[in-house]
Design a protein around this ligand. Structure first.
Ligand SMILES: Cc1cc2nc3c(=O)[nH]c(=O)nc-3n(C[C@H](O)[C@H](O)[C@H](O)COP(=O)(O)OP(=O)(O)OC[C@H]3O[C@@H](n4cnc5c(N)ncnc54)[C@H](O)[C@@H]3O)c2cc1C
Length: 411
């Protein structure tokens, strides 16, 4: 059986799920990942109902729910540990959208997706160098450090510092799709529970002056996913772990206990960035650009990964059947990629804009104003936090047909 072929640059969340969506439609897929291993990052990820619904269409939603955990009642604290707001965001999300928020380790999420893929489709330790986008009647060509290959469809999923982006938008590159540092830094780590945090799923976020925040969220197997932000100039000294101690070491327990148990290699530290201004389209020729490569956003709404999952399912739905022959309809790829841009660009731009705005508020609004706003939201009737997210979280994926048996050959 002949099959249409998709080559995918990048084996992060976007690239792996695009591979799964396409292979479930009968496409032959191959993912090229520069790193030697997939998602080894020491971080968790929160998935909202929109992302979980996308995973359902890929047949892995229930496995992800089983591997994850919903945060229980929690809220916002002050640096001395007193509670500013007590709430249960996950219950509010469940009540409004029919699904809770799910937290899990990124490596476990990647593992679930890879296990659902046909064997051997991920080529690790292979850097992608460039692409010829092709067009109607001409295949796209993906160039890697180990050779090049033609494809009916190429997916650029190589993250915020995408190499592919500059090949797809060479003329626009100086003005759009720029990586923009928004002025604060993030730290992420997975730590063992130091023992003084209940295992019932209770997490919290502590807000301090100068835009400092430290979040602690429980993961399965008595681990914690911690996430911190602080505004930093380039004048700070010391390692990322040293700086965590400087910013948060005198805050309430269990934060100092968590920091005391960390080693340098447990901490991921980045300047927070997004793409600003965004791209004019998410395709060129036979290439679709997805995930952070297309629309990296600040992490303030926890939706960058969710958008990558949505992209993958929409792409899988538009790309049509991968099998070639009598009775199979091959949709014209350059044409449907225009639909892909039309469907994904307005939505991801809206989410990125809201995320950036939220980050600006939390990093630069005076502390007293943030405290007052949190208190006001807390006394409003209903579940305002969940309600305000409706246009983002209440997304429904296109239905993908039941999966095809995967092709038996690796790429
Ligand atoms: C601090 C922080 C917290 C976040 N929290 C959340 C959250 O809770 N929930 C959520 O949904 N999202 C969250 N996000 C966003 C989320 O991490 C990203 O949106 C998501 O990982 C994007 O996936 P991706 O596959 O598009 O890109 P990436 O995850 O960046 O993957 C790109 C892959 O491409 C590979 N690659 C790059 N260049 C090449 C090349 N030339 N050749 C071959 N391979 C290449 C890379 O090695 C990488 O594996 C957070 C982001 C940050 C920074």
């Amino acid at each position: 059986m002949a099959r249409r072929r998709a080559l995918i640059a990048g084996g992060g969340l976007g690239g792996l799920t695009a591979a799964l969506a396409l292979s479930r439609r009968g496409w032959e897929v191959c993912v090229f990942e520069q790193a030697a291993t997939l998602e080894p990052v020491a971080a968790g990820i929160s998935l909202w109902p929109n992302g979980l619904r996308a995973l359902d269409q890929l047949g892995v939603g229930d496995a992800v729910r089983a591997a994850g955990q919903s945060p229980g009642p929690g809220g916002v604290r002050r640096p001395d540990g007193s509670w500013l707001v007590r709430n249960d965001l996950s219950a509010a999300v469940q009540e409004r959208f029919g699904e809770p928020l799910v937290l899990l380790h990124r490596a476990e999420l990647a593992d679930i997706i890879v296990r659902a893929l046909p064997f051997g489709v991920v080529q690790a330790a292979t850097r992608v160098l460039g692409v010829h986008p092709g067009g109607e009647g001409t295949p796209a060509t993906l160039i890697t450090e180990h050779g090049e290959g033609d494809a009916d469809l190429v997916v650029a999923a190589d993250g915020i510092r995408s190499t592919m982006r500059s090949f797809l938008f060479p003329n626009e590159a100086p003005t759009v799709g720029q990586v923009d540092a928004v002025g604060y830094s993030s730290w992420r780590m997975v730590a063992p529970n130091p023992g003084n945090l209940p295992e019932d799923g209770t997490g919290f976020e502590t807000w301090g002056p100068e835009g400092r925040r430290f979040a602690v969220m429980p993961l399965k197997h008595n681990r914690l996913y911690c996430y911190a932000i602080a505004t930093e100039t380039n004048a700070e000294v010391g390692s990322p772990l040293d700086r965590l101690h400087q910013h948060f070491g005198d805050w309430h327990e269990p934060i100092p206990a968590i920091l005391a148990g960390l080693h340098e290699e447990d901490v991921m530290h980045h300047a927070v960035e997004d793409l600003h201004p965004g791209l004019p389209a998410f395709h060129r020729g036979r290439v679709a650009i997805i995930g952070d490569a297309a629309h990296a956003m600040t992490p303030d709404l926890g939706q960058g990964g969710g958008m990558a999952l949505e992209d993958a399912v929409v792409l899988g739905s538009l790309a049509g059947e991968g099998k070639i022959g009598d009775g199979y309809v091959s949709v014209p790829i350059p044409g449907v990629l225009e639909d892909f841009s039309r469907m994904r660009l307005p939505r991801t731009s809206m989410v990125a804009r809201r995320s950036r705005r939220m980050g600006r508020l939390s990093s630069s609004a005076p502390y007293a104003a943030q405290v007052m706003a949190a208190r006001m939201v807390n006394v409003l009737p209903g579940r305002p936090a969940a309600r305000s997210l409706t246009s983002i979280v209440d997304w429904r994926p296109p239905e993908l047909p039941p999966a095809d048996p995967p092709p038996s050959t690796a790429c």
